[in-house]
Design a protein around this ligand. Structure first.
Ligand SMILES: *[C@@H]1O[C@H](CO)[C@@H](O)[C@H](O)[C@H]1NC(C)=O
Ligand SMILES: *[C@@H]1O[C@H](CO)[C@@H](O)[C@H](O)[C@H]1NC(C)=O
Length: 335
């Protein structure tokens, strides 16, 4: 009996230490249940105020989580300021589409008041992304939490890990999604997130003026749409913002798939989804739902599932990383 008790006692200890060593804890819904029970209420309240005042922040805040997860995992490295001589991810070209760092700082400040040193910046990004989708009439999903914040942010990491708008969908899939454990469905579903927000002319102007060095527009762009885009984006314009889902860029819905189906997606990465049979089917099905004014139940469920999947890419959990006190800087050594 004693022997059984003893072995019963030893076994969990052995299991526990092996879990810590080779199998870090996974994210879970309600991670802050005891340590910061109102975390989601606090974030939702802040985001409700912010999005009602500045609805155009929804797109950038959704993309911030996406950029964070694609560059060395969802560890809030995207929020770190550069150090002298060491430019951070914030300084890289894709950052041009990112705004809303102030929003994250504001939310973090509220949480530091309520539960100092508890909620990671990486979790804040994931919860904020969910809330902006919900607040723009998109789906709700439970966000597993327990991410910890990374301590490294390097400009060139962003360049090498983010799918560029000018690559085609297949190339992006194999180079950027599959290595992260995301698949063809995640790609077509997550790109549907372009239903929110705007893009700089410079991200697609080669498709209007000089596609592949031909001095002609991209033939896959809707011919009637080209002159309209040209009036918005003069050649060389790096400032103007264009709605990605015109007329509905502040509402999370399936209508971006109609834009793609019509040949009006701004990015090569999105338009080339039509060249892949699986993605094309998906786009056309959702475009039909959007055209009928229907509730995009399939897309909403898929988007929620892909966001949870993306949100767990290369996360730091357990004792790895840290919980930053300020999202823009790693904690000083003594903390
Ligand atoms: C984005 O990068 C540019 C330089 O490429 C830099 O001047 C700018 O401050 C960065 N934006 C943010 C929000 O850090
Ligand atoms: C068009 O693109 C080609 C190749 O990308 C480049 O060499 C050329 O300078 C561009 N022409 C203009 C007018 O921008």
């Amino acid at each position: 009996m004693a022997y059984i008790l003893l072995s019963g006692f030893v076994l969990p200890l052995v299991l526990q230490s092996s879990l810590v060593l080779c199998n870090p804890p996974e994210l879970k819904v309600g991670f802050y249940q005891y340590t910061c029970p109102y975390v989601e209420v606090i974030i939702r309240d802040e985001m409700t105020k912010i999005i009602s005042h500045v609805p155009s922040l929804a797109g950038p805040l959704l993309r911030m989580h996406f950029h964070d997860c694609f560059v060395n995992g969802c560890d809030a490295s995207i929020l770190l300021d550069s150090l002298p001589g060491l430019p951070s991810e914030k300084e890289s070209i894709p950052n041009l589409s990112l705004r809303g760092f102030g929003t994250i700082d504001l939310v973090k400040a509220k949480l530091e008041q309520a539960c100092p040193g508890v909620v990671s910046c990486a979790d804040i990004l994931a919860l904020v992304a969910r809330d902006v989708v919900l607040l723009t009439h998109g789906p709700f999903w439970d966000v597993p939490t327990g991410r910890r914040d990374g301590m490294r942010s390097v400009k060139d990491d962003a360049l090498n890990n983010l799918p560029p708008p000018f690559f085609d969908a297949t190339r992006n899939l194999f180079q950027f999604f599959i290595p992260k454990g995301l698949d063809a469905k995640d790609q077509v579903v997550l790109l549907g997130g372009h239903t929110l927000g705007t893009s700089h002319c410079s991200s697609f102007s080669d498709r209007l003026y000089n596609f592949s060095g031909t001095l002609m527009p991209d033939p896959s762009l809707d011919r009637q749409y080209v002159p309209r885009l040209k009036t918005k984006c003069a050649q060389g314009d790096t400032r103007t913002l264009v709605e990605m889902d015109p007329g509905s860029f502040r509402t999370f819905d399936a209508s971006y798939y109609r834009v793609i189906a019509k040949g009006r997606a701004l990015f090569t990465s999105d338009e080339t989804l039509m060249l892949d049979p699986f993605a094309r089917d998906y786009v056309l099905r959702q475009a039909g739902v959007a055209a009928a004014g229907g509730y995009p139940a399939e897309f909403f469920a898929d988007f929620a599932a892909s966001m949870v999947k993306m949100g767990s890419v290369q996360v730091l959990t357990g004792a790895r990383g840290q919980v930053r006190r300020r999202c823009a800087a790693v904690n000083p050594m003594y903390m």
